[in-house]
Design a binder for this molecule. Structure first.
Ligand SMILES: NC(=O)C1=CN([C@@H]2O[C@H](COP(=O)(O)OP(=O)(O)OC[C@H]3O[C@@H](n4cnc5c(N)ncnc54)[C@H](OP(=O)(O)O)[C@@H]3O)[C@@H](O)[C@H]2O)C=CC1
Ligand SMILES: O=C1O[C@H](COP(=O)(O)O)[C@@H](O)[C@H](O)[C@H]1O
Length: 515
């Protein structure tokens, strides 16, 4: 594995699209500003619509002004950065166009001395991935002297069968080790930190099992609706858009065994074991018991009226696509037997939050405590987004009181979501792909195992829509999701500082003010 900050020609397919504009151009700029992209790089933007190099550079500048962490300043050599960007109008079905692209890449190889390294980033609809890879080969783009890597966006297929087909198409051209499947959640600071916190602290690992942990809750909640992506979203739904990929990846980060060495393959081997240990739902009845799905209807948030999913642009009138799902998942291995992993994700919920709550089992009752106190369980919370940090709740004596035991909190705040300047997930992942570090990209067997799990749910949902619930936009989703936990004596912990029923945060700053 070569981890040097190599030079490379980066060919960005889908350069006029939403992802390029909101995430990728800003990421290139931050990497450049922070010296993480060698000066020996060029970006060739590719899409069908006509653009001159100058217009393209202007598009890049606008995107950076709107979305980047760093802003181009007066003393910043914008022109030097922009000179690395070229544009080529090309339909990906046009093989001759790929030959022209190859000759442009060859010129840029020389201009920027990149040694023939090429990174192909497919910010395109997945139906186009197979044709692009064949034409890259046919057009001679893989004949240069250096390495050739393919970065592809999700969704990787629609189910296991289509994912296998897509994978075969890609593997005809690229070996597995050169395919970098992006799951941008794996590039998030605090998702990567889960591993570090788990495996470098003596006081977590011994407790990290079914003896001490009661349940784990993972919430990926969004306030936004489907925005202008209604067409795509309606074919995916929450299960495929967030569940098959981001959600299950978060489960693996929480549940995996420590890898024997810190090497990409060793880490991914451990994640695959988790995915393969997840209990598959037996039948439709089992899915109904353990999975709740919902679709938002008109509601309101902070006094603003919000329309329902069926009123969104490009959503079919009678769509039954879920915009929310929650599930109870079991990882049937020695460490996790009997510990439910509760997961939930949805659009148009009251808060944007990505959070993992580890709820510990209560201490055994003893004579001193049992009669007098209702002890709260200990919590460890990984806050991934928008706040980044770790929150721990435990019990202590209220100062000055002989009698009272109260929950107190310790809050490690990596960033509070305001003026946030930690590297965006895409920066990390592009940086890793250029360095050849695939640790935080998903390997084929992970993708396949995740589809195997998700396909059981999708199959049950195809049988009947009777279990599809509705929830008002701006609410926390269907009641049935709360009921699913209540049946086990558990409840969802509120997220993102919205802990109205939990006084621990206030106690941490003003312990005497609590009652
Ligand atoms: N946007 C987002 O937030 C996220 C997107 N993704 C994934 O990233 C990928 C891109 O998404 P997004 O940017 O939103 O999509 P857009 O629809 O905004 O962009 C698609 C891009 O593909 C180009 N394109 C389409 N057809 C062709 C063709 N035949 N030949 C050459 N270029 C073509 C379009 O340019 P033109 O019309 O000029 O040809 C455009 O640049 C998808 O796989 C999506 O699922 C993943 C996570 C988040
Ligand atoms: O992949 C996707 O993720 C976003 C949410 O990402 P986040 O980093 O803002 O949490 C989601 O809105 C989108 O539907 C989905 O495709």
């Amino acid at each position: 594995m070569n981890l040097s900050p190599d030079g490379a020609v980066i060919v960005l397919f889908g350069a006029t699209g939403d992802l390029a504009r909101r995430k990728l151009f800003p990421a290139f700029y931050s990497l450049y500003r922070e010296g993480k992209l060698s000066d020996r790089f060029a970006v060739v933007g590719v899409a069908r619509r006509p653009r001159t190099d100058e217009q393209f550079q202007e598009d890049v500048l606008e995107s950076i002004r709107e979305f980047a962490r760093h802003q181009p300043g007066e003393d910043d050599d914008w022109d030097a950065f922009a000179s690395h960007f070229r544009y080529m109008s090309l339909d990906i079905h046009d093989l001759d166009g790929f030959r022209r692209l190859n000759s442009l890449a060859g010129q840029l190889d020389e201009t920027f001395a990149v040694g023939g390294n090429r990174l192909f980033y497919l910010a395109l609809a997945p139906e186009l991935f197979g044709d692009v890879s064949l034409n890259l080969k046919g057009g001679g783009l893989l004949d240069s002297a250096g390495w050739h890597r393919l970065v592809i966006e999700k969704p990787f297929g629609y189910d296991l069968e289509s994912a296998e087909k897509l994978n075969e198409e890609l593997r005809r051209v690229f070996p597995e080790e050169d395919i970098y499947r992006i799951d941008h959640y794996l590039g998030k600071e605090m998702v990567q930190n889960i591993e570090v916190i788990r495996f470098t602290n003596a006081f977590f690992e011994p407790l990290w099992n079914n003896r001490y942990i009661s349940n784990i809750q993972i919430t990926l909640s969004e306030t936004v609706g489907v925005e202008e992506r209604g067409g795509y979203y309606d074919t995916a739904g929450a299960l495929r858009d967030m569940g098959q990929n981001h959600m299950l990846q978060m489960v693996t980060m929480m549940a995996m065994e420590p890898p024997s060495v810190l090497h990409p393959e060793a880490v991914r081997d451990e994640k695959v074991k988790v995915l393969k240990s997840m209990r598959l739902y037996k039948d439709a009845e089992d899915v109904r018991r353990n999975v709740v799905r919902g679709q938002y209807v008109a509601g309101e948030s902070k006094g603003k009226a919000l329309r329902g999913y069926l009123e969104e642009d490009k959503v079919p009138e009678h769509s039954t696509t879920e915009t929310y799902f929650a599930a109870k998942i079991f990882v049937d291995n020695f460490r996790w037997a009997g510990v439910p992993f509760y997961v939930r994700t949805g659009k148009r919920l009251p808060a944007k939050a990505t959070e993992v709550v580890v709820e510990f089992k209560n201490v055994p009752e003893n004579v001193y405590l049992a009669s007098k106190h209702q002890l709260q369980t200990n919590l460890l919370v990984f806050r991934v987004n928008p706040m980044e940090g770790v929150y721990i709740k435990f019990n202590a004596k209220a100062p000055g009181s002989e009698e009272r035991i109260v929950p107190v909190a310790m809050d490690f705040c990596h960033s509070n979501g305001v003026g946030i300047n930690t590297p965006e997930a895409y920066e990390r992942l592009i940086h890793d792909a250029v360095r050849g570090d695939s640790t935080y990209f998903t390997r084929w067997d992970e993708v396949a195992a995740a589809w195997r799990f998700v396909d059981r749910i999708a199959a049950a949902w195809r049988e009947s829509n009777d279990d599809l619930q509705t929830y008002p936009a701006g609410s926390w989703g269907p009641e049935a999701a709360a009921a699913m936990l209540e049946r086990e004596g558990h409840r969802w912990w509120p997220v993102n500082g919205q802990r109205d029923d939990d006084q621990a945060i206030r106690l941490s700053s003003d312990i005497s003010a609590s009652t």
